[in-house]
Every structure is written in structure tokens, then in C-alpha cells.
Write a protein that binds this ligand. Structure first.
Ligand code: NAD
Ligand code: ZN
Length: 368
């Protein structure tokens, strides 16, 4: 393995994000973050057979005294429930986990959010080490301390802010990730360029082929740079009172698309989250242009970049602009700032804009 890249996340509970190949086998580095004698490895049915044993063996070799148990939830968003959250707490009880016990979240954002929330709640909060295995989890969900489960009434309705004790992103785990999941993660990577790093967009344009073929050096660079941006933003605004909302570039439109198609993004026809965000970023760029904030050429540029990554840039056929707008009005109830979007003045210069006029939004949606 080559030396890991490290991103520091400051704030009240600082931690390191390590990015590199072979980190899941680095028992010494992992064990250095495990304080007590109990560890619960939480994973899902896809990831556990691929990687859980490696982590357990590595940890055991470094810390033979450590008692490690495994809790496996089904794969996919459908498992991010209170019921499986309860299963993980049950496993902690079985293990006899004490206040210095540690949860290891090995998987994508679903495992990270659910295991992180269990760690936040067990005895009012124990350590959670994030071991993200999807690109999305490496660049987004494992960093920043948001944890949650879904209710039938909506996504992420129950959760807590609980920063991880450490994050280890092993890029070799991406070898088994389906192509579509990889591209969805790349949409979130591109998002950081759109928010605050125009040179990163140039870099991504130049390295699209390397990233899509999973060149380790290119992936490591993309992940480290994304994590650095997320770290900077959550450090400034850990509880999302302001700037952290910038991370939602493309997401107001994206969430409306996801909701309107019934969160059925696992099927082939519907867009998954990253794909919906890709479309959402093009719409946000176009809305910025409509409002006279940005040049129309910026929309063409982000669209071309996303297309180069094989990501969709148009609203799926059959989704009604009026219904999409209605979905976004529902979002607005939550924040009482009128229709609120992350827009940009130019690539790399995003800002949060409240009270966006509905007719401009509708016009943007109609051009689809
Ligand atoms: P996911 O966890 O469902 O993983 C996607 C699929 O890939 C699953 O089937 C999983 O089993 C499989 N998988 C994971 N790693 C694999 C690997 N290395 N090889 C093969 N298959 C693998 O989805 P996700 O996209 O990682 O995360 C989405 C979740 O993240 C959502 O629930 C979302 O709400 C949450 N999220 C949270 C935050 C946050 O700040 N906490 C931010 C963004 C997203
Ligand atoms: Zn997202």
C-alpha cells in the first residue's frame, strides 16, 4: 500500500479522515482508534461477505484482547429503519458493550448513517469509526457527523449529530462497487467543484477517464479533495445553521425528482440519488442564469462535464414540472424562507438564495 492521505476535520470533536489503499487491512492504524475492549462491526449483506472478515482479522491481530462481534443488516435504503437500528442496539447489548465500546460502520451511507446513529444513542454516545465502502460514503456521508434512520413518513427523520472518531476510506474497496454507484458518487464529487473549487472542475474534466476506470491515484485525489471541502464546510457550520446548506447544491431539484419518482432509484429506469443530483446541478445552474446571477455558458459547462461522466442531465420523461414544483414547496415548509436554492454566480462560487420566485423555477423545470 502507498502512504495514506490524511484530511483533518477540526471543531469540538476533531478527527482524521485517512484515504488510501489497504486501510481495511491496517489493524494497527484501526486499533489505534479503538479505546475499549468491545467493538461491534456493522455492515450490510453485500459488503459483509466482501470485506468484514478482513477488518476483523486485522483488528484481532493488532489487538487480540478486543472482543469483536458483527451485526449485518440487509443492503439498501429499505434497511435504514428503526427496526434495524434496534437490531444494532440489541447486538451492542449482547456484546456487553460499555461506554468505551466502539462501533465500526463498514459499508455505504446506509450503514454509516444507521450504525452512526446507534453509536450516538448507545449509553448516550460511544465512538463510531467510519469505514466507508461506496464513493458517496467516502466523499460525503462518512464525514460531518450527521447520522439518521428513515421513517415511513420520510427520509432521515430521526437522527443525531455524532462526529465519527475516525474515518478510513480504503480505495481498494471501490473495485467491487457497481459502475452506476461509482458514477453516483462522482456526481457528489463534482458538486464540491461547483460549490467552491472551479480548478477542481478542470481537474475532473481532465481525469474523467481515469476516474471512470478507477485509477487509484485519481480516485484518492478526488476523494481527498472532496473530503477537504466537506471538512472545511462542516467545521465552519457543524449544525447547519448557515453555510453547511451549500452542500445541498443540486439537491433541492434532486430531492424533488427522487420524491416524484417514488424513491424507486434502485430500479433501472428511475434515477438514483447521485443521478438526480446531477440533473439538479444543471437545473440550479440554469436557474442561476435565469435570475441573472450567472452566465448561460456556465450551465453548458457543467452539463458537458456531467455528460462526460455518463451522468444524466435532464429531468426524466414523464415527471410533471408543476408536481416537481409542488414537491419543492413542501420542502419550503421546513425552512420558512420561501423557495430556497443553492445557486451559483459562477462555477465554484455557490451561495444560498432564499425567496426564489416560483415562475423562474417553473420556467427552469419546463426547459427540463
Ligand atoms: P448504500 O449504503 O445503500 O450503498 C449502495 C449499494 O452498494 C448497496 O447495495 C451496498 O450494499 C452496496 N455496496 C456498498 N459498498 C460496496 C462495495 N464496496 N462493493 C460492492 N457493493 C457495495 O448507499 P450510499 O449511496 O453509499 O449511501 C446513501 C445513503 O447515505 C442514504 O441513506 C443517504 O441518506 C445517506 N447520506 C448521508 C449523508 C450524511 O451526511 N450522513 C450524506 C449523504 C448521504
Ligand atoms: Zn447527496
Amino acid at each position: 500500500p502507498t502512504a495514506a492521505r490524511v484530511v483533518h476535520v477540526g471543531g469540538q470533536h476533531p478527527y482524521h479522515i485517512s484515504i488510501g489503499d489497504g486501510l481495511l487491512d491496517d489493524g494497527i492504524a484501526l486499533a489505534a482508534r479503538v479505546r475499549g475492549r468491545h467493538a461491534l462491526l456493522v455492515s450490510d449483506a453485500h459488503v459483509a461477505p466482501l470485506y468484514a472478515r478482513r477488518v476483523e482479522v486485522a483488528l484481532h491481530n493488532a489487538r487480540p484482547d478486543l472482543r469483536i462481534e458483527r451485526a449485518v443488516i440487509p443492503a439498501g435504503e429499505q434497511a435504514k429503519t428503526l427496526a434495524h437500528f434496534g437490531d444494532v442496539l440489541g447486538a451492542l447489548a449482547q456484546l456487553g458493550a460499555t461506554r468505551d465500546a466502539c462501533v465500526l460502520a463498514l459499508g455505504g451511507g446506509v450503514v454509516g448513517d444507521l450504525a452512526g446513529f446507534a453509536a450516538a444513542c448507545w449509553m448516550r454516545g460511544i465512538d463510531c469509526i467510519q469505514l466507508p465502502t461506496t464513493l458517496l460514503a467516502m466523499v460525503d456521508s462518512s464525514v460531518g457527523g450527521k447520522t439518521a434512520v428513515d421513517l415511513p413518513e420520510g427520509k432521515n427523520l430521526v437522527g443525531a449529530f455524532h462526529p465519527p472518531r475516525a474515518v478510513f476510506a480504503d480505495t481498494t474497496a471501490l473495485a467491487t462497487l457497481p459502475d452506476r454507484e461509482l458514477r453516483a458518487g462522482l456526481a457528489e464529487v463534482i458538486k464540491y467543484g461547483g460549490i467552491c473549487d472551479a480548478p477542481f472542475l478542470d481537474w475532473l474534466e481532465a481525469h474523467a477517464a481515469a476516474l471512470l476506470t478507477r485509477d487509484p491515484a485519481a480516485l484518492t485525489e478526488a476523494i481527498a479533495r472532496s473530503c477537504q471541502h466537506k471538512a472545511d464546510i462542516v467545521e465552519r457550520d457543524p449544525f447547519e445553521h448557515g453555510d453547511r446548506a451549500l452542500l445541498n447544491l443540486g439537491h433541492t431539484f434532486g430531492h424533488a425528482i427522487e420524491a416524484e419518482q417514488g424513491y424507486s432509484g434502485v430500479g433501472n429506469a428511475a434515477l438514483n440519488h447521485g443521478e438526480a443530483v446531477a440533473v439538479g446541478m444543471v437545473l440550479a445552474a440554469r436557474l442561476s442564469a435565469h435570475l441573472g446571477m450567472a452566465a448561460a455558458a456556465d450551465t453548458a459547462r457543467i452539463q458537458a462535464l456531467l455528460e462526460g461522466f455518463g451522468l444524466p442531465t435532464r429531468i426524466p420523461a414523464g415527471l410533471d414540472p408543476d408536481l416537481l414544483l409542488a414537491r419543492m414547496r413542501l420542502d419550503k415548509k421546513a425552512n420558512a424562507h420561501g423557495l430556497r436554492f443553492v445557486l451559483w454566480e459562477a462555477p465554484g462560487a455557490a451561495r444560498v438564495v432564499s425567496d426564489v420566485p416560483e415562475d423562474a423555477v417553473l420556467e427552469t423545470l419546463r426547459e427540463g
